[in-house]
Design a protein around this ligand. Structure first.
Ligand code: CDT
Length: 309
């Protein structure tokens, strides 16, 4: 048995004027609770240090850059890494990354139990728009502020297992899990900020949003025989509601624990990484069943796309 006790650290809303240092204090409280609960690994949401700023239209580059971290850890986030190391706890953290050469990514890192960063991921599937549109009920401008990730979907051998990462909208794409599944991933960590209502279809409210959250995470887990830990930033942020529903799903696709609130809340489960082995050895025998000729359409950049009706 290779047991990893995971704490999904759902965050309630972070308002636009809430300083990062106050958010870090909230995160440290969750870390201490996670330690009490026996956690070895804590998972925070996407863009965990600030409000979900891509809902705001901005033109001034200095204002835009003020939402980004130029290094990780930095003065404000270092206490997270130090506390995680003191607790002997790994950590997944989502944040906005500004690279030294001026590139903007929606990123996450995984740190091991010494607090050392061992992996980095940059969000590939950026939803929303690049421009303000007064017709929309609210804005989602990730395409304006971020470049698509340039690191693919790697996995990392750390903490006695094989770990992968993705971010929010990535979880709706089966390829995301499959690319990691083909590398033997045993636990996928992901954070999200999902508005409770689809800005382009008001009929799609919180129940449908939560359904699609579960559906995509459970399917990704089952179809690749991997644990998936999905963690929300939730609640009413800057006046805009976001779903909670953070969850830990086992390699059979079953929900082991799910958040009940839209506030700061820990969900904890002792995950056995060896529980991934049965599915990987039997149903998902990639080595024997995978044949490139059957998958041409999704392996080719120019696969046939039917004309719009
Ligand atoms: N943050 C993020 O990726 N949110 C999306 C909602 C996009 S709605 C334009 C999600 O897939 O949950």
């Amino acid at each position: 048995m290779r047991k990893v006790t995971v704490a999904g650290a759902q965050l309630g809303p972070i308002q636009r004027d809430e300083p990062r240092a106050e958010v870090v204090t909230r995160m440290l409280i969750l870390m201490d609770e996670a330690k009490q609960a026996g956690a070895d690994l804590i998972v925070f949401p996407e863009l965990a240090l600030t409000t979900f700023f891509p809902r705001w239209y901005m033109e001034d580059s200095a204002e835009i850059d003020s939402w980004f971290e130029r290094e990780m850890p930095n003065a404000v986030t270092r206490p997270l890494f130090e506390r995680a190391a003191r607790h002997g706890m790994g950590m997944y953290l989502g944040y906005a990354e500004l690279t030294p050469d001026g590139h903007h990514f929606n990123s996450s890192i995984i740190a091991d139990r010494t607090g050392a960063i061992v992996g980095m991921y940059r969000k590939v599937h950026l939803p929303g728009h690049a421009e303000f549109d007064p017709e929309r009920a609210f804005q989602h401008l990730e395409k304006r502020y971020f470049e698509p990730g340039d690191l693919g979907f790697p996995v990392w051998r750390t903490m006695d297992g094989i770990f992968g990462m993705c971010i929010c909208n990535d979880r709706r794409w089966p390829e995301t899990y499959r690319v990691m599944g083909l590398q033997g991933v045993e636990m996928v960590l992901l954070g999200y900020n999902t508005p409770s209502v689809n800005s382009q279809n008001s009929a799609e409210g919180p129940e449908r949003r939560l359904f699609h959250n579960r559906l995509s995470v459970q399917a990704g887990a089952y179809q690749n025989s991997t644990w998936v830990v999905a963690v929300a930033k939730a609640g009413i942020e800057d006046g805009f509601p976001m779903i909670g529903g953070s969850l830990i799903v086992n390699p059979e696709g079953r929900i082991m624990v799910e958040a009940k609130t839209e506030a700061d809340e820990l969900i904890v489960h002792a995950c056995d990484l060896d529980a991934t082995l049965f599915g990987k050895r039997t149903i998902f025998d990639f080595a024997r069943h995978r044949r490139i000729e059957h998958y041409g359409l999704i392996c080719s950049q120019t696969g046939a796309i039917p004309p719009a009706p």
